[in-house]
Design a protein around this ligand. Structure first.
Ligand code: PEP
Length: 253
């Protein structure tokens, strides 16, 4: 069984020219201290091959894509398939980021198909869930997150589910500088674990890595990662500077 792991994943989003990306990955891989934490880089598609070549052989560094299509191949201009990602040794794929849900209208039904495609091609999905501000203000965030998990993930067999990493990213905290408090993060992570336990059992829930995402930075990472059910972070803005990203990687007590 895959065990729960400490993970820090950097989501570069739509940032960095090819040359800038080359410099960033080199700085991160050169300066990474030996660590038990799994460090995942999720650059834009054009960087994947180069980032992969840079980190291959660096202990505990892994390559992720930010998205993929659900179909094997075909007439989907501008899209990239899971099969293509597997062919360049991508290991993880972020699925269901709130920006994909918001700007590209990805529904939980579409996300379920993408999850299947990623798993069928021997990669692990990092599934993002999380509520918008109005849902948090209405106090219905747990129902919403549970529905996102059920619709996109709970069709999976227990064997397949083990490969999923979950990222709880409250939408109101993404790129806003407004972080969930450590207690808010802990409460939701514990809730997510309880929902997983209800579906797949306690052992599976304890083995699932659940990351926090949303304005995580070197100043707040230690306290967030110190929460019992927070296994690390999915980092946006702060993953674009080697100093900040490496400081976050070193933020486990
Ligand atoms: C993200 O996009 O996954 C994210 C967490 O962004 P930021 O850290 O910039 O809030």
């Amino acid at each position: 069984m895959i065990q729960r792991q400490r993970i820090v994943a950097g989501n570069w989003k739509m940032n960095k020219s090819y040359v800038e990306g080359r410099e960033l990955v080199k700085e991160i891989s050169d300066r990474l201290q030996p660590t038990d934490t799994m460090v995942i880089l999720a650059p834009p598609f054009i960087h994947l091959n180069n980032v992969g070549n840079n980190i291959r052989g660096v202990a505990n560094m892994f390559l992720a894509a930010q998205n993929c299509h659900w179909a094997e191949s075909g007439a989907y201009t501008g899209e990239i398939s899971a099969r293509m990602l597997e062919s360049i040794e991508v290991q993880y794929v972020i699925i269901g980021h709130s920006e994909r849900r918001e700007y590209f209208l990805e529904t939980d039904e579409i996300l379920a198909k993408k999850i299947d495609a990623v798993l069928a091609h021997n990669m692990r999905p990092i599934f993002c869930c999380g509520e918008k501000l109005e849902v948090r203000e209405a106090g219905t965030q747990e129902q919403l997150v549970e529905e996102q998990l059920r619709k996109a993930l709970f069709h999976l067999s227990p064997e397949a589910f083990q490969k999923v990493v979950i990222a709880y990213e409250p939408v109101w905290a993404i790129g806003t500088g407004k972080t969930a408090s450590p207690q808010q993060a802990q409460d939701m992570h514990a809730f997510i674990r309880s929902v997983i336990a209800g579906q797949y059992g306690d052992e599976a829930a304890q083995a699932t890595s659940i990351l926090y995402g949303g304005s995580c930075n070197p100043s707040n990472a230690r306290e967030l990662f110190g929460q019992a059910d927070v296994d690390g972070g999915l980092i946006g803005g702060a993953s674009l500077k080697a100093d900040d990203f490496l400081a976050i990687v070193n933020s486990f007590s």
